[in-house]
Design a protein around this ligand. Structure first.
Ligand code: GLU
Length: 445
């Protein structure tokens, strides 16, 4: 059998991750089976379909590497075929005209449901059945002559020889009607696979109120397309073992529609961020540097005078713990500006503590006297001072970290000090000593 799947989005807005996951599963299934993956733009809603949305679909698919076969089909160009099908259904008695308005205007075409039970074997959900009495006749052509979704969708799937319809489970109810339409049009219904919804932590359909919901959002936030693809593939499907990082080839090789879960799939941002971090660390330092530079430029932190050697060193330090490129700003801004913010809690905890300022001052003076200011020498020096104070090294490490970065955590302190350089480190410690000198009680912050 030559498998043919399709993605049939309605271009009426941005591309939701649930929609793109539908595209991904159609694409994977076609690639896995050596079949074809087609694209059809269901753009018959003239008021809501826009060329920008069509472009957004193309861009999202390209960004994620979802290549389709054959020319995309625009549903709006197939009106004649839809009307021909309606005429055919009228001619064989499978449809009838009804005057809704009652005055000769507003004539619609109604499809006559066969009155029998309709059933199908869903690849994901198993046997589905609906009683004939719960399947009333329905309109297929509106009074303005435009075809209704059900008619256009089925006629186009027949035209495109689609063998497997993989779509969201919000279409299950439609499928019973569609099967009757296929039969009335003399076509064997294709196979159906209805995908589970993507839900938020409360089990409700995942929407933009829950955070990034459109492919464009993730792109803007600097997510790596391969990571988002990998994450979405696993949102409802698994290869059957605990592998999580899958290359494109592995996904294609392993994908089975029958292994798609039927229960709703919960969006988990932390897992997505973790996965993005895994992909990020596979990129070269130069690529990460380039992406981060764009973030810094966009956030007004890039300065022409930043030295290349310094910048690459910072990237090396940061990429070990970065999850997304924007982390260069969110947790690494202090590398690029003297005007870095101080984390209040960290200041209270590390600099507000009794004796912390004396310790900071002592280590500052020893650092200032160092000739070679590097990772090793700063560590040796700091540990010596700690010994002299009969204190734990942590009582020096934390205040220094907060003073030079404003943050409670980050890259290893001594690597960070070496990267920042002696001059900058001393200047920053001095400023912190000055600024937090009068910090006597935590309430003064
Ligand atoms: N345009 C419909 C949608 O986006 C198509 C459903 C289908 O795949 O048949 O929900």
């Amino acid at each position: 059998m030559n498998i043919r799947t399709r993605f049939a989005p309605s271009p009426t807005g941005q591309v939701h991750i649930g929609n793109i996951r539908t595209a991904i599963y159609n694409w994977l299934y076609a690639r896995h089976t050596g079949g074809k993956f087609l694209l059809r733009l269901e753009d018959t809603d003239r008021d809501r379909s826009t060329p920008e949305s069509v472009q957004e679909i193309f861009d999202s698919m390209e960004w994620l590497g979802l290549s389709f076969d054959e020319e995309p089909v625009y549903q709006s160009k197939r009106l004649a075929a839809h009307m021909e099908a309606a005429e055919y259904l009228l001619s064989c008695g499978a449809a009838f005209k009804e005057d809704k308005g009652g005055r000769g205007q507003g004539e619609v075409v109604v499809f006559r449901m066969p009155g029998k039970d309709v059933g199908f074997d869903d690849i994901i959900r198993g046997p589905m059945r609906k009683s004939g009495k719960d399947l009333p006749d329905f309109v297929i052509v509106r009074s303005d002559g435009s075809p209704v979704f059900h008619l256009a969708n089925v006629v186009d799937d027949i035209h495109m020889n689609v063998t497997h319809i993989i779509r969201g489970d919000d279409h299950i109810e439609n499928t019973f009607r569609h099967i009757a339409l296929y039969r009335a049009l003399g076509s064997k219904p294709p196979e159906f696979a209805h995908l589970p919804m993507i839900v938020n932590e409360h089990g409700k359909p995942y929407s933009k109120r829950d955070g990034a919901a459109f492919v464009g959002d993730f792109r803007e936030k600097g997510f790596i397309p391969e990571a988002l693809l990998n994450y979405l593939v696993l949102l409802g499907w698994s290869p059957g073992d605990d592998r999580e990082i899958l290359s494109r080839e592995e996904m294609i090789g392993l994908f089975e529609l029958s292994r798609v879960q039927s229960a709703a799939a919960q969006m988990d941002f932390r897992k997505l961020a973790w996965m993005n971090g895994e992909y990020l660390r596979k990129l070269s330092v130069e690529t990460v540097a380039e992406k981060c530079r764009n973030v810094l430029k966009a956030r007004g932190l890039w300065d022409q005078s930043i030295q290349e050697g310094y910048y690459l060193r910072v990237i090396e330090l940061m990429r070990e713990r970065m999850k997304v490129f924007t982390d260069i700003h969110d947790s690494g801004a202090f590398f690029f500006t003297e005007d870095y913010p101080f984390d209040e809690k960290a200041v209270r905890k590390r600099l507000g503590k009794d004796g912390a300022m004396e310790k900071l001052k002592a280590v500052r003076d020893r650092f200032a006297a160092l000739e070679d200011f590097d990772e090793r020498s700063t560590e040796v020096e700091l540990r010596e001072v700690a010994d002299e104070f009969n204190a734990n090294a942590g009582e020096f490490i934390h205040p220094v970290r907060v003073a030079v970065s404003g943050l409670p955590g980050g890259p290893g302190l001594f690597e960070m000090l070496e990267a920042l350089g002696k001059e900058r480190v001393i200047r920053r410690i001095d400023r912190a000593l000055d600024r937090f000198e009068t910090l006597k009680s935590p309430d003064e912050l």
